[in-house]
Ligand binder design. Structure first.
Ligand code: FB9
Length: 487
């Protein structure tokens, strides 16, 4: 109906100047007219221009003052013409908002003497505010008014409409489907079919979306696999202190091993079994060294190693895998290995913009004869180059389980500064020898987080927006594909 009203009107008129007035004249709801204009526009029957009109409308507060008078006048009228009234008496007559505004406005207008007693300073007042609000209510445009609690500017949007390139007094109905009936009746011959809009976006597919962290994880797994690494099984968040710390030659009094940094388990509080012969060798190397090391010279406690915890790093998985590899070596001789892991690790840390009590650690290691620091630097440059980071710098660092150790930095053009992108080192002989590896077998390894590159790549500033209950699902839905390592 709206459509026909527009087409017939344009048959005899150049244009519809204002769709709002036109709707009023036709007695059709403006929204319906607007929808008709949009669809006729789609079929090129009409052309339309936006027209915006700003009109003042009263807020609910404004409607109240227009009805009951402005707070300051209400207050003035409540003050006796002669003498005074106690302020708290006066206050009882009004709701707090009105009283507050009334006092400050009446005070500002020097209408009343505001003290513990309130008295009038003028004989009478005029309620200009109420008058103005009434004018607005009647749609009388008033100049020089500003937005305030009682009134605001509402933008009204309408259209002016003219004939379009395919204008016709009647809109030809285009068939949008070729149905069996059309074919059987043969009326398909005379039907006009709607143009096929190849650019039409299909209905949004409400399908699942990968979390940006998983997109990044898949990219990095692809990079590792392309570099010939195989993934280590990380499906165990609960670990024994032995594999998480002791096997890595991390002394039992190391600060990271107390509950300020590590989540220890109440139940099951201790591990069930450990490879006894290997544990004995680990105990030895901690207490008195061996393999060229003098050890830590302290009394190593089995019960400490038995404590269960939430793993603080996936290096705990590396120690298990390397121990297994050393065992295999005894049976079947040594085979070099390249392993990687990407999974959650837990640290009892203060939560801030870039730290939660858990994050995803990425770890890579290569176990082979005669490996050197040069090999480590080489593989780091290859790995990070595929992540889009070159121009690396290495800073000597310390880890209980690697010597030498290096922090890795990359110059980030966007930030215009060097960013710490990871840590690395060569596993100590005190870790590898007790496992049973031949003397000349070396293991180079490195680690970084998954969250940091994901935050930087997806422009997420606060880790709590990336991970956890505050994540906005739209962010996940709209997050683009991760093309790292592909392009
Ligand atoms: O991820 C980190 N930084 C990073 C990584 C990539 C990146 O990409 C951008 C697109 C350009 C940006 C930043 N870091 C490691 C460095 C820092 O963020 C650091 O402050 C925080 N670290 C975590 C630990 O925090 C307590 C990141 C996490 C980390 C640190 C060390 C290891 C793993 C993760 C390790 C190791 C290791 C060392 C030797 C042998 C085996 C494993």
């Amino acid at each position: 109906m709206a459509e026909q009203a527009i087409l017939s009107y344009l048959e005899t008129h150049e244009e519809i100047a204002d769709s709002g007035n036109f709707a009023a004249e036709c007695g059709i709801d403006h929204a319906e007219i607007v929808n008709a204009i949009k669809s006729l526009h789609g079929f090129l029957y009409v052309e339309s221009q936006d027209i915006k009109k700003e009109t003042w409308v009263l807020t609910d507060e404004g409607k109240r003052y227009a009805a009951e008078g402005s707070p300051e006048v209400q207050l003035f009228l409540a003050v006796p013409a002669e003498g005074s009234i106690a302020k708290d008496e006066l206050q009882k007559k009004f709701d707090p908002a009105i009283f507050k505004i009334g006092c400050s406005q009446a005070g500002k207008n020097k209408w009343v003497e505001m003290g513990r007693q309130v008295s009038r300073k003028v004989v009478q007042v005029e309620d200009k505010v109420k008058d103005l609000l009434l004018k607005i209510q009647k749609g009388q445009v008033c100049s020089f008014i500003t937005c305030s609690a009682d009134k605001c500017l509402k933008t009204w949007k309408g259209y002016s409409v003219r004939k379009g390139p395919s204008y016709a007094p009647q809109r030809e109905k285009f068939a949008t489907d070729l149905t069996r009936e059309n074919l059987q009746s043969g009326d398909w011959k005379k039907l006009k079919f709607k143009e096929y809009n190849f650019n039409a976006k299909g209905p949004p597919s409400e399908c699942g979306h990968l979390h940006p962290l998983n997109k990044m994880k898949d990219c990095i797994k692809r990079i590792f696999r392309m570099m010939g690494f195989e993934e280590m099984p990380t499906n165990r968040y609960v670990e024994s202190s032995f594999w998480n710390f002791d096997a890595l030659f991390q002394p039992q009094q190391h600060p990271a091993r107390d509950s300020h940094d590590t989540f220890f388990l109440k139940t099951p509080s201790t591990t069930m079994q450990l490879p006894e012969d290997y544990v004995e060798r680990v105990k030895q190397v901690h207490e008195s060294g061996g393999y060229g090391s003098r050890g830590y010279n302290y009394e190593w406690k089995r019960e400490e190693a038995n404590k269960n915890l939430l793993r603080t790093h996936t290096t705990a998985i590396s120690s298990r895998m390397l121990y297994k590899l050393a065992q295999d070596t005894k049976q079947n001789g040594f085979t070099p290995k390249k392993y990687f892991s990407i999974d959650r690790v837990f640290r009892n840390e203060a939560v801030d913009r870039t730290h939660l009590a858990e994050f995803h650690q990425i770890e890579g290691l290569i176990c082979d004869r005669g490996l050197t620091l040069g090999h480590l630097i080489g593989v780091l440059e290859d790995f990070f180059k595929r992540l889009g980071m070159s121009n690396l710098r290495f800073k000597p660092a310390y880890n209980p389980y690697t010597e030498p150790s290096m922090e890795i930095f990359s110059y980030h053009e966007g930030f215009g500064k060097w960013v710490e992108i990871g840590n690395s080192g060569m596993f100590r002989p005190e870790m590898l020898q007790p496992m049973g590896f031949p003397e000349d077998v070396r293991v180079i390894a490195w680690g970084l987080s998954l969250e940091r590159p994901t935050m930087i790549l997806y422009g997420i500033d606060n880790i709590r927006d990336l991970f956890g209950h505050r994540v906005d699902l739209d962010l996940i839905k709209k997050s683009p594909l991760c093309l790292i390592g592909i392009k």
